[in-house]
Write a protein that binds this ligand. Structure first.
Ligand code: TTP
Ligand code: MG
Length: 387
């Protein structure tokens, strides 16, 4: 049977919920985010506010400067989570093959549902209208034979979009679109492509794959495939991992605290990276130690707020290492685990009291991007090296 995937993404999610719940806000510029007088950032803005150039991630101060008459509201995550669950319930009534990407976005593989509910377009329309009728919210949908095209489609006609990309002319359909619509093409790659005179997806498609690989390494092949409308990735329903962890057994048992800290720092990097790649934050950090006599202990710390920055995981691990007096006995194995996983849906609001400041998040993003492009060994924190 022909594969059919629907990508659904809610429009101006947080702001739309606020407008729904307070009719006075409808048709008005609404900005949901942190404190507009403090260091808060915009979580999202209603489409009316976007007309003033306000968007996610912008400082609230700047948003206020651009549109002083906008209505600023705090984030009500409990409410949005509930709506997110309601939306998911609608999805599940059409297919069990769902990959939630964030609170307001998911891929649905409806290949096997068509016999029961009608073709993919019918299902997409039903989902859209049920979300509107039952939750009074607007969703945008993209329908195609693969994930890349489905997601591209849901974004093309936002808000209230509905785009079907036909397999037979998918390549022609995407050819005139800018290269930034290809997954993985960020600012840097875009600039590099622009310098080569490559502006559209069609331009990429017309280049030999070898050439793209020589310029962009592995990413070259990836963008080549996408530009040819090829994407074989499955909709991953995958049972949620209960924990993510990494451990190392030393060739020679180690007692020296500094060396053990370096090893732990390296593990925290790897664990943090996996955590972020899988779009989670963790509330529980676990240290595992096996001594030379194979006696094994674990120590855990539960945090008030979930984290996913490697250096923060390392801070907790250091506390736990001090607790078990690392440095006094020979150690054979050391392990770092994170559990109590939560979806890292969206950047959280920022205040002075948060343990993961926006600078930390930004720095971590830069590190992740560099490692994505050049490999993990290209950049390691000083704490992984013994002084
Ligand atoms: P998005 O789907 O990226 O944005 P949106 O739904 O507000 O608007 P649209 O899809 O129509 O462009 O994100 C979903 C929610 O996640 C958004 O309503 C608020 C939250 N969010 C943040 O808190 N910070 C961010 O930087 C982003 C991008 C989203
Ligand atoms: Mg959205």
């Amino acid at each position: 049977m022909k594969r059919k995937i629907i990508h659904v993404d809610m429009d101006a999610f947080f702001a739309a919920i606020e407008q729904r719940d307070n009719p006075k806000l409808q048709g008005k510029p609404v900005v949901v985010g942190g404190n507009p007088e403090g260091r808060g950032v915009v979580s999202t803005a209603s489409y009316e506010a976007r007309a003033f150039g306000i968007g996610s991630g912008m400082s609230q101060k700047e948003a206020k400067r651009r549109c002083p008459e906008a209505i600023f509201l705090p984030v009500d995550m409990v409410k949005y989570k509930k709506v997110s669950e309601d939306i998911r319930t609608v999805f599940y009534s059409y297919t069990p093959v769902i990959e939630p990407i964030s609170m307001d976005e998911a891929f649905l593989d409806v290949t096997g549902s068509q016999g029961l509910f009608g073709d993919a377009v019918t299902i997409g329309l039903k989902i859209k209208s049920r979300i509107w009728n039952e939750l009074e919210l607007k969703a945008s949908c993209g329908i195609a034979h693969n994930k890349f095209l489905a997601k591209l489609g849901s974004d093309l006609e936002k808000p209230d979009g509905f785009v079907v990309i036909d397999k037979d002319n998918a390549k022609e359909f995407i050819a005139p679109l800018p290269v930034t619509k290809l997954w993985g093409v960020g600012k840097k790659t875009k600039e590099k492509l622009f310098k080569m005179g490559v502006k559209t997806i069609g331009d990429v498609a017309s280049m030999p794959v070898d050439f793209l690989e020589s310029k962009f390494g592995r990413q070259g092949k990836g963008i080549y495939k996408l530009a040819h409308a090829v994407d074989t990735r499955q909709v991953e329903t995958g049972a949620e991992p209960k924990s993510i962890g990494k451990e190392i057994t030393f060739e020679i048992d180690i007692k020296e605290k500094e060396k053990l800290r370096c090893a732990a720092a390296d593990l925290c990097e790897q664990v943090g990276r996996r955590l972020r790649k899988q779009n989670y934050r963790s509330r529980v950090v676990v240290l595992k130690i096996r001594y030379e006599n194979f006696h094994t202990i674990t120590r855990r710390k539960t945090l008030k707020r979930a984290i996913n920055i490697s250096s923060k995981i390392f801070d907790v691990i250091c506390e736990l290492m001090d607790e078990v007096k690392v440095g006094t006995r020979f150690v054979r194995l050391i392990g770092v685990y994170v559990t109590g996983l939560e979806e890292a849906d969206c950047p959280r609001q920022v205040s002075f009291f948060e343990d993961e400041a926006p600078e930390d998040e930004r720095l971590q993003k830069v590190i992740d991007n560099i490692q994505d492009r050049f490999g993990e060994s290209i950049l390691k924190p000083g704490r992984s090296f013994k002084r």
